[in-house]
Design a protein around this ligand. Sequence first.
Ligand SMILES: Nc1ncnc2c1ncn2[C@@H]1O[C@H](COP(=O)(O)OP(=O)(O)OP(=O)(O)O)[C@@H](O)[C@H]1O
Length: 295
Amino acid sequence: MSEAMIQADGLVKIYKTKQTEVLALQGLDLTVEAGELTALIGNSGSGKSTFLNMIGGLDRPSAGSLTVCGKNLFKMSEKELVEYKRDTVGFVWQNNGRNLLPYLSALENVMLPMHLSDKRKKKEKALELLERVGMETKKNSKMSTMSGGEQQRVAIAIALANSPGLLLADEPTGSVDTRTADVIFDIFTELNKAGQTILIVTHDVALSKKVKRVVAIRDGKISSERILKEKYADRLKEITVDWRNEDTQEEYVIIDKAGRVQIPREILDKMNLRDNKVKLEYQDDKVIIGAPEEI
Ligand SMILES: Nc1ncnc2c1ncn2[C@@H]1O[C@H](COP(=O)(O)OP(=O)(O)OP(=O)(O)O)[C@@H](O)[C@H]1O
């Protein structure tokens, strides 16, 4: 069996401050295969960025195991971590100012992080990447003269400069309007069709309806997954599909390795439980969880 692109098992991240400890990831399990396009959604504070930062090598996990592209994030030296961030993962942020130099052209910005020694090859590769994000006509424009959406497209090209196995994006459409967000999302879809593995953190539930796999994180653990229904999978780019309003995905709840499932708060509220005890029944291949009868 081939190795997964991301393999997180029982991943824990604790942030310690003088006064408190925050358990940002609470034993998170996730497998992402090479070639997948996955969106990570969840409420504010659920641990999305923390998880992305662990995968991106920007911060160290506290416990569990995490392997990305065959590399063990727990066993890396500082030097290996620098190489990993340069070669294995590419990162796109909501705030593209973190990636771009305003006084340089789009082409120069894309060439900057490349570690190819041959300048001609660097330029060739940068032009090819700008074409892939639809920015070839603006190759000589300074970043400071571009719109937020255009800057974000160049940021995607920069993240791909060293051909990373994995592209990570944290709220890449968070600062642009809906139409531009659609364009940016379509670029991710096209890159994925060409084989790029991509993990995107997004708040945009409507946009995530276009993605083949949406993983929801709650309280530092994966709680559910939504998978694109087959009838929509082939129609990803059709304008007749109303992605924002149609129910394009099937939802599944995740059972963790210890057999635990998270029941969504809305359902718990409807169950109107008196305390934390429920009745579990197994009937016709179904597990039924219900409020206990009054004794
Ligand atoms: N550097 C830090 N020091 C202390 N606590 C932190 C730190 N970074 C994150 N946290 C805490 O960890 C938890 C998870 O935060 P995280 O930023 O991963 O959530 P998120 O799902 O990305 O939220 P948002 O959607 O608002 O960006 C939160 O309780 C947050 O306050």
